[in-house]
Unconditional design. Structure first.
Length: 58
C-alpha cells in the first residue's frame, strides 16, 4: 500500500519528538511516524488512524 495524500483535512495539533511525530487532524484522523533504528538502513514506520477504525501501518 502507498499513502500518497490525505485530502480535505485541517491540522489541529502536531507533536514532534526525537524519533516520533504525531499529527492530529480536526476530523480525528491521526498520522504518526516512528523511527525504527534496529534495521540497516533505519526505517520510518507510518501509521494512519481514521475515526472509528483501527490503526493501520503503511
Amino acid at each position: 500500500m502507498k499513502l500518497t495524500k490525505i485530502e480535505g483535512k485541517i491540522i489541529q495539533e502536531c507533536d514532534f519528538g526525537n524519533d516520533t511525530a504525531k499529527i492530529v487532524f480536526t476530523d480525528g484522523t491521526i498520522l504518526e511516524f516512528e523511527m525504527c533504528l534496529e534495521g540497516d538502513p533505519p526505517l520510518i514506520n507510518v501509521f494512519l488512524t481514521k475515526p472509528g477504525e483501527e490503526r493501520k501501518l503503511y
